[in-house]
Design a protein around this ligand. Structure first.
Ligand code: HEC
Ligand code: HEC
Length: 368
């Protein structure tokens, strides 16, 4: 991509990146995204017919108590697969903000607190959550039998009407997961910049001076890359970020471990396709220190972030400027080194925000 606006280009000065910075920038680039890892607990995860059944159900509002709520009501494709509300709104108001569901195949834990250990198990949660879809597994079975009998039969080689209700429920989750896995990130201005750097094509004017400074802070002094790393800008793990709790205590990861044990739809549960001997190291070696994880949440992806306010698990902030101001305010606080971001100046915050803007797929429009 060539920057066509010469006045813009004149503002840009090529940057000499250190070897370390260069390596970190490349590690964030979409070109480094590996092929989707397999999903051993879901043997239909990469089955295209399962994905197309899952896509239909994802968009089907009949799967709700009032006939008006589908997964797509909250996970809006036109809004980075989340919504513009501080808390998800279905049959009622959810406890937390809707998460963007891009690049899910690269994650091991699901929900802000990671209380689901596989994607198909996650998708069953909202269906039976009274404030989301507000139905139950018996209704899921009836709806699948009434509207998707044939595709169900084709994918799962069984009759949805006669199979045990839990089996139909689990299979519905597996089809939904197969669809969600197809939602992948799009190339952004940042990726074009990383590619240009690698090819030495001298097109480093793709980013403005402010965006370039923001990138340097992101991978350096501000330590953002400690948690927002890899091509999805997330390590998929649980951390303190100093988000204010808005009056309601949410222990996040610290309260999630019991859910992992009680669900029959888990990675090691009855309906899983995983091999309990070989798969599931993320569960076997899980650190279950509730004290350490109290008040931690899953690091969200930053791809597309500037297009989809509000932010954080509770929608505490309406703008990236507020997110960054809070990071500065809590830096070096009692949360200790997890949230140490160096001494960020006002200009640093502006430049970090400019850089975050380059992580949107439409960011190439606003430069031209
Ligand atoms: C009422 C709004 C709403 C509906 C409807 C809804 N979700 Fe969500 N989704 C949320 C919220 C809120 C969260 C975070 C919940 C939490 O952490 O407790 C979430 C989290 C997720 C996640 C986890 C993402 C991650 O990175 O861990 C996935 C995947 C997901 N939803 C898929 C679905 C699917 C599939 C459906 C339909 C069966 C669905 N959602 C229906 C609001 C909704
Ligand atoms: C210690 C790990 C960690 C570090 C370091 C970190 N973050 Fe985060 N970030 C998180 C977590 C966890 C959340 C979600 C917090 C919550 O929901 O309350 C988050 C949320 C965000 C969000 C909101 C995204 C959304 O969809 O809600 C933005 C933007 C963000 N971080 C940017 C940054 C920037 C810029 C830096 C560097 C100044 C940074 N982060 C450093 C872990 C981290």
């Amino acid at each position: 991509m060539v920057l066509s606006n010469p006045s813009k280009a004149a503002e840009n000065n090529p940057v000499d990146w250190t070897e370390r910075e260069f390596a970190l920038i490349q590690s964030l680039s979409l070109s480094q995204l590996p092929p989707q890892p397999p999903s051993p607990s879901n043997r239909y995860a990469d089955n295209p017919s399962a994905a197309s059944l899952g896509r239909a159900i994802f968009n089907d509002a009949r799967f709700s108590a009032n006939g008006e709520v589908s997964c797509a009501t909250c996970h809006r494709q036109d809004y980075g697969f989340t919504d513009d509300l501080p808390r998800g709104l279905g049959i009622g108001v959810a406890n937390r903000r809707t998460m963007p569901i891009v690049g899910m195949a690269y994650q091991k834990w699901f929900f802000w607190d990671g209380r689901a250990d596989s994607l198909w198990s996650q998708t069953l949660g909202p269906l039976e959550n009274p404030v989301e879809h507000g139905i139950d597994r018996h209704q899921v079975q009836q709806l699948v039998s009434a509207h998707y009998a044939q595709p169900y039969q084709q994918v799962f080689a069984g009759d949805a009407t006669n199979q045990p209700v839990d089996q139909v429920f689990a299979n519905t989750g597996k089809a939904l997961a197969a669809h969600v896995r197809t939602v992948l990130p799009e190339t952004t201005l940042f990726d074009l910049y990383a590619d240009a750097l690698r090819s030495d094509s001298n097109e480093t004017s793709i980013l403005t001076t402010a965006e370039t400074r923001g990138l340097r802070l992101f991978v350096g002094k501000a330590k953002c890359v400690n948690c927002h790393n890899g091509p999805m800008f997330t390590n998929g793990e649980f951390h303190h970020s100093g988000t204010p709790d808005n009056g309601e205590t949410d222990l996040g990861r610290g309260a999630a471990f019991s859910d992992l044990e009680t669900t029959e739809f888990g990675f090691f549960g009855k309906w899983s396709d995983a091999d309990p001997q070989a798969d599931g190291d993320h569960i076997r070696f899980l650190d279950r220190n509730t004290h350490k994880y109290a008040g931690t949440f899953k690091t969200p992806t930053l791809r597309g972030v500037s297009d989809r306010p509000p932010y954080m698990h509770n929608g505490a902030f309406n703008s990236l400027a507020q997110v960054l101001n809070n990071y500065r305010a809590v830096s070096g606080s009692t949360l200790a080194d997890e949230v140490f971001h160096g001494d960020l100046t006002d200009r640093d915050l502006v430049d970090l925000e400019a850089f975050l803007g380059t992580l949107s797929s439409n960011s190439n429009d606003f430069h031209n």
